[in-house]
Design a protein. Structure first.
Length: 291
């Protein structure tokens, strides 16, 4: 078994992506790479860099048991919130008999973060989709900020690789309400997770709980034909959904797969497109497939 961390800060209880009764957690997140079944393990952490005093009874080991990238949905009963840390020496704290699986994320939380105030008091972070414009509006509000240099807004589809959308300057140190907004004009086709992070002037970073946006994946294509059957000299009308982009074509084939030439006039009807199909005068009577 191996584990490593994401390089995030380990100097304060500064992240509020936490389960019930856990007030805050450190920004740093570890992840496990395990081959085979190694049984339970002991996990030790050096918390020398955490500001203020640390009390063993306040500590909680948080495990992302459902592997969704967030810790706020974890519970004691589900095995994602574990107490029982012991101070083995100096600022080293240890949990023993921990059951942890391959690819699990874990971090350290506290039920008492009063020692260190949060760098940003985040009131709200929302990701609001606009299906018509195919964009996502991101809004967040802070009640106060301490030593806040800037915010980062990122997105991901797989909770592994993150793409930076925009960097927004912070308010430094302020006790006033501030509203921020960013628009993602090119969201992922189906699913996006949006992450807001705050970076202070010392380079310490705080990541807030992610927001999920899911667009309906429209894969069906409905085509309506009139009249059917088509009499000699008549035009066939084909109603199709309005296509956003890309070329499209209409084929008329007989039952042995041979294509027949037709003249097509396209009429834009707003939310749909009407194709008028004129057949060759010499086309034989029979059954034809339109696609």
């Amino acid at each position: 078994m191996f584990w490593g961390h994401d390089g995030a800060a380990l100097d304060s209880w500064s992240v509020v992506d936490t389960p019930v009764n856990v007030q805050a957690r450190v920004a740093r997140v570890w992840r496990v790479d395990q081959t085979g079944d190694v049984g339970t393990v002991s996990l030790s952490f050096d918390l020398s860099d955490v500001a203020g005093s640390v009390t063993s009874s306040d500590l909680r080991l948080l495990i992302d048991t459902d592997n969704d990238g967030v810790f706020s949905d974890e519970t004691v009963v589900g095995g994602g919130v574990i107490s029982g840390a012991t101070n083995t020496s100096g600022n080293v704290y240890q949990w023993t008999g921990v059951a942890i699986d391959d690819n699990d994320r874990f971090t350290i939380g506290s039920i008492n973060e009063s020692q260190t105030p949060l760098p940003v008091d985040l009131v709200k972070f929302e990701a609001i989709p606009n299906a018509d414009k195919k964009e996502v509006h991101l809004l967040w509000i802070t009640a106060s900020e301490i030593n806040n240099d800037y915010f980062k807004v990122e997105k991901t589809e797989d909770l592994s690789e993150f793409e930076l959308i925009e960097v927004v300057p912070g308010a430094g140190t302020s006790n006033e309400k501030h509203e921020y907004e960013v628009t993602d004009y090119h969201p992922n086709t189906h699913l996006s997770y949006y992450r807001l992070s705050q970076v202070d002037f010392d380079g310490n970073e705080t990541k807030f709980p992610m927001e999920k946006v899911e667009f309906e994946n429209k894969t069906s294509f409905e085509m309506k034909l009139y009249p059917n059957p088509v009499a000699a000299g008549q035009k066939l009308q084909v109603k199709i959904p309005k296509l956003d982009q890309g070329a499209h074509s209409l084929l008329v084939n007989d039952l042995i797969g041979k294509s027949h030439a037709v003249n097509i006039t396209s009429i834009n009807m707003g939310d749909y497109e009407l194709l008028e199909v004129e057949f060759d005068q010499n086309l034989s009577r029979g059954v034809y497939l339109v696609q």
